[in-house]
Design a protein around this ligand. Structure first.
Ligand code: SF4
Length: 363
């Protein structure tokens, strides 16, 4: 008689909705994003109510969306990886004609760097609720290390650099309606966290570049095209020009490399170069200032719900993290949620707001 055996994977036995510790708690790393960056602008225009539940009522889902945690963990692995290289790249590089010294300089730290990246994956291996996530993250990170081993001629200047621009407006926006309600905007603030700042020596590409890591469910033409007009990517280039002494970096600033890893069983890789013109950067600034004013309008209006943004295509065919709250308690306002117990599936964040970002982007 034929014998059949079935292999049950650890991830098959997990409840994929059950609360679990956030990855930054498991790893003991900072979990924040930049304080006034594109995540917050994008989230507020997608749904002002959602943004206020996070920023004003300080509510958090007890379990993040899976794409968010996978993206965060892959970022964490690559952060540790490039931090090791940065230590080895503090001195200027040797003459390129000395090929041995050149290769040693660029890639000598690779064994230690790869170990640091793999250690991030190992840290979640036995964490309850993370079996499936571990499979995806370790596949992405290992494949990335293999794919680009000895390929990039990059000097790592700075990993995880946060740039912040703040301006007190010379002419504040001030509107008053016939009820006496005011909308006032006195400051313009914008910030970004750069995954890495590099001096790139790849032939024909030499210069200063920002690198932004992304994980994606699949890589499509639309995904690749979208980065040329993406608020986050344009904002990084705008901030670098606005806040950093480019002359001191020793080479011309070229643009942003969007470094994409797909989450397939055999991951795919794409790097999109975004080199915005002064016209693109001017429009980024003009439209972002307009959105900063709109943010004040949403606050004055009591953070309206954007019904229609709750699920479906706008959410990458997923649901908003606060869907259950809005569905079960449609009459409650952000003001109510500031003091009310959020119940099962949510908790209130006690840390300072700037320390924490729940990202609603589709990674
Ligand atoms: S469920 Fe809908 S209305 Fe409620 S916060 Fe989310 S997007 Fe906004």
């Amino acid at each position: 008689m034929a014998k059949f055996s079935f292999q049950v994977k650890k991830s098959d036995l997990e409840d994929k909705e059950a609360p679990r510790r956030a990855p930054h708690i498991v790893l003991g790393m900072e979990g924040g994003g930049s304080p006034f960056g594109s995540t917050k602008y994008k989230r507020r225009r997608l749904c002002p109510h959602e943004d206020a539940l996070i920023q004003v009522a300080r509510l958090r889902p007890a379990r993040n969306k899976e794409p968010l945690d996978v993206g965060w963990l892959v970022h964490a692995g690559l952060q540790r990886y490039y931090e090791i290289f940065q230590l080895a790249h503090r001195e200027a590089p040797p003459n390129r004609n000395d090929q041995d010294a050149w290769r040693r300089y660029l890639w000598g730290a690779r064994p230690e760097a790869e170990k640091a990246a793999r250690d991030v994956c190992e840290a979640i291996k036995n964490e309850p609720g993370y079996a499936g996530t571990f499979d995806t993250v370790s596949t992405c990170v290992s494949a990335y290390l293999d794919h680009y081993r000895y390929a990039d001629e990059w000097r790592i200047l700075a990993p995880e650099e946060t740039l912040v621009y703040q301006e007190r407006l010379a002419k504040p926006w001030h509107f008053k309606d016939d009820q006496g309600n005011s909308i006032i905007q006195t400051d313009f603030r914008y910030s970004a966290r750069l995954d890495i700042l590099i001096h790139r020596y790849d032939p024909g590409k030499e210069g200063i570049w920002i690198v932004e890591h992304k994980t994606a469910r699949m890589i499509s033409d639309d995904l690749l095209a979208g980065y040329q007009l993406d608020m986050q990517i344009l904002g990084q280039a705008w901030l670098l020009r606005k806040c950093v002494d480019l002359e001191a970096l020793g080479a011309p600033f070229k643009g942003v490399i969007v470094n994409i890893i797909s989450k397939h069983k055999t991951p795919q890789f794409e790097r999109v170069e975004v080199m915005p013109s002064v016209h693109h950067l001017r429009e980024f600034e003009r439209s972002t200032r307009q959105w900063a004013f709109m943010n004040e309008c949403f606050a004055t209006a009591g953070y309206p719900r954007a019904l229609g943004s709750c699920a479906g295509a706008l959410r990458g065919y997923s649901k908003c993290s606060f869907y259950e709250l809005c569905h079960n308690f449609p009459e409650l306002t952000v003001e109510d949620w500031k003091t009310r117990d959020p119940g099962y599936g949510y908790y209130r964040e006690e840390r300072d707001l700037e320390d924490y970002v729940v990202d609603s982007e589709i990674f």
